[in-house]
Design a protein around this ligand. Structure first.
Ligand code: PLP
Length: 386
């Protein structure tokens, strides 16, 4: 009964693990989960207050515009000017989205015809792979491996694939590997995309979560980037707003216009109440973002040190709230099950992010310090000398 596009989706690999987690919970096991990439910290107070005020205004009870409030788009433009020195035209170069996920999916419907190739980073956010499939395109993986610092090797993409590619996903700081990209890499992407006439989609959802003073560059900082691409960003991770569903796409106006054409046919925009809260988030003091970073950094240090003391060869991530850990036997699902069964600790098997994620597991730093310490203690008893 199901359409091919649903039947052909990559298999959901966590069925058995999810079942086991539920069983353990029923048995009364105290589970510590590092599984989901969803901040445990609440949305800052001033953003919630702006939302409450916005909810009182009758004009916000009606359909919003498709592209978003001009005042929201101006706030995004201001943020890019302040953070990166990038100039954006709020009228044509910015569109609001229902969280990034929606526009990451929808952009394929604007630009992908049946058979068109979409290059995507693997392991990666699953929508880079399912979006093309829904639109009838072909997703072609760019492997992220340790030897290349988890950056795609553009030279190894077969020229016939490169020529036939219409769109390309990159995502730095990266989920799930926590890798970061430098300007050199972005320059190479601009050249590659220009030469092969590829639309670059740079997902920068973790742009503001970086440690030890490091500041991730944006793809749009590179000369020529705006001619070939757009950046997807979101308030989800920066301001602990995953449940609010607000994000935006910025950059090339023709690409933005293509996305707008799809969206006018699919959804009716982002609630103005949420957009007004978004303006408060973008335009108020960014002290709350610094506080987030401080919290994640402390958690990162504790988890990484703990894993190292058990004998793991674990890199210290420069950004994102993930730790990407190479597992001893290389089987990420077996390792995840073992950790759950013997320690009551949940992580995500790397293979769930694509075949090149095999051999790794991901820990999300979305637990308080006490719980991280507890998890390390439990793991240490079982894994010492791994
Ligand atoms: C969390 C995340 C997003 C943003 O999701 P929203 O839909 O904006 O909540 C986008 N890309 C990646 C890689 C993510 O991890």
């Amino acid at each position: 009964m199901l359409a091919d596009r649903i039947r052909n989706l990559p298999p959901y690999l966590f069925d058995e693990i999810d079942r086991r987690i539920e069983e353990k919970k029923k048995e009364g096991v105290d589970i510590i989960t590092f599984g989901v990439g969803d901040p445990d910290l609440p949305t800052p107070r001033h953003i919630i207050e702006a939302c409450c005020e916005a909810a009182k205004k009758p004009e916000n009870h009606r359909y919003p515009s498709y592209t978003g409030l001009l005042s929201f788009r101006k706030a995004v433009a201001k943020r890019y000017e302040l953070d990166y020195g990038i100039e954006l035209d709020p009228e044509t170069e910015i569109i609001v989205s229902l969280g990034s996920k929606e526009s990451i999916h929808n952009i394929h419907f604007a630009f992908i015809d049946p058979g068109d190739i979409v290059l995507y980073t693997n392991p990666g956010y699953p929508v880079y792979r399912t979006g093309p499939l829904f639109a009838g395109g072909k997703a072609y993986p760019m492997p992220l491996i340790k030897e290349n610092r988890f950056l795609p090797d553009l030279d190894s993409i077969p020229s016939e694939k490169a020529r036939n590619a219409k769109l390309m996903w990159i995502n730095y700081p990266n989920n799930p590997t926590a890798a970061v990209a430098d300007r050199e890499f972005y320059k190479a992407v601009v050249d590659f995309a220009t030469e092969n006439e590829i639309i670059v989609c740079s997902d920068e959802a973790y742009s503001s979560i970086a440690f030890d003073g490091y500041k991730p560059p944006s793809f749009l900082e590179i000369e020529g980037a705006k001619d070939v691409g757009v950046v997807f960003n979101s308030l989800s991770k920066t301001y602990n707003m995953t449940g609010w569903r607000i994000g935006y796409v910025v950059g090339n106006s023709e690409i933005i216009d293509g996305l707008r054409k799809v969206k006018t046919n699919v959804d009716s925009g982002t609630s103005q109440i949420i957009q007004e809260a978004g303006i408060a988030a973008l335009m108020s003091s960014q002290e709350c973002v610094k506080e987030n970073i401080r919290i994640y950094q402390e958690r990162r240090n504790i988890l990484v040190e703990g894993l190292r003391s058990m004998g793991f060869d674990c890199e210290t991530p420069k950004a994102t709230f993930y730790v990407w850990l190479e597992v001893p036997e290389g089987d990420s699902i077996e390792f995840t099950k073992m950790l759950l069964d013997e320690c009551g600790v949940v992580c995500t098997p790397g293979i769930g992010f694509g075949e090149y994620g095999e051999g790794y597991v991901r820990f999300a730093l979305t637990q308080p310090v006490e719980r991280i310490n507890e998890a390390i203690e439990r793991m240490d008893k079982v894994l010492k000398g791994a």
